[in-house]
Design a protein around this ligand. Structure first.
Ligand code: SAM
Length: 252
């Protein structure tokens, strides 16, 4: 199948699901109004002024010779992102704070025993940042093919004198269909999915942990759907601020 046809199928699936979820939650009149707002927001976001603003996040790229900015994503992928979750990379200062304060200090995680998984990994910035810690393996799952290809190129071209993990893998897949590795896990989430999708992912993870008991830590950046994780009885919140929440599985 040609890449453009695959993109069209993804786009129509994303739109259908977005519409179905919206109608179930708020009815078709409100969903039509929300659709018009999304298109308006997308067009506004395409103006040269807005694009210039997004170039504000390129310091990481200059430093490491990669392309993780959200400023130069094609209009097709940005439109798809509007109905999934728009690509936006995690800020390096916040990421390293999460690693040092929550993961290593509060949760006392020994990274060398854990696999790091970012669901909705975009251009792979978090994968590169996680490579500064001695994880056993690092995996990124991204549904938009353009972003996935850029992540692969970034992994190949990353320059850092302090890299500690070299086993990095980028997977192009829908997070809802992803089967988690059976090793101890650090799951990173930066709003990759709407509520129904996140519920499905957490259900998959809960089943995986029940079948293959192991320590699991979830780091949730910008926790807009925190209530969905709160409903997972096997998870316990261990820390957080308005910018993130941290969890681990009970009994660990
Ligand atoms: C806010 S960005 C986060 C990027 C990256 N995790 C980071 O923190 O730098 C969310 C990403 O999730 C991706 N995404 C949306 N729906 C997805 C799905 N069903 N499966 C996998 N990725 C998805 C989007 O394309 C986007 O790249």
């Amino acid at each position: 199948m040609r890449a453009m046809e695959a993109d069209e199928i993804r786009m129509s699936r994303a739109l259908r699901e977005w519409w179905r979820e919206g109608c179930a939650r708020a009815g078709w009149v409100r969903t039509s109004a929300a659709f018009a707002r999304e298109i308006w927001e997308f067009l506004r976001d395409s103006t040269p002024g807005r694009r210039r603003q997004r170039f504000g996040d390129v310091e990481f790229d200059w430093e490491h010779g990669v392309d993780t900015t959200s400023a130069n994503v094609s209009w097709r992928s940005r439109l798809l992102g509007h109905f999934l979750s728009p690509y936006q990379p995690t800020d390096p200062a916040l990421f390293h704070h999460l690693m040092a304060n929550e993961l290593m200090a509060a949760l006392e995680v020994d990274c060398s025993k854990f696999v790091f998984v970012d669901l909705g990994s975009g251009k792979g910035r978090t994968l590169l940042m996680a490579a500064e810690y001695p994880f056993q393996k690092i995996i990124g799952v991204e549904v938009v093919p353009e972003l996935h290809e850029i992540a692969r190129a970034n992994i190949a071209g990353y320059k850092s004198g302090s890299q500690m993990c070299f086993d990095l893998e980028a997977v192009c897949a829908d997070a809802r269909d992803y089967e988690f590795p059976h090793q101890p896990l650090v799951l990173f989430l930066f709003n990759p999915l709407p509520e129904a999708g996140l519920r499905q992912v957490m259900g998959n993870l809960g089943r995986s942990v029940a079948e293959h008991p192991r320590p699991v830590v979830v780091l949730y950046h910008n926790p807009l759907l925190e209530q969905t994780l709160a409903r997972c009885e096997w998870l316990k919140k261990t820390g957080g601020t308005h910018q993130y929440s941290a969890y681990r599985n009970r009994g660990r």
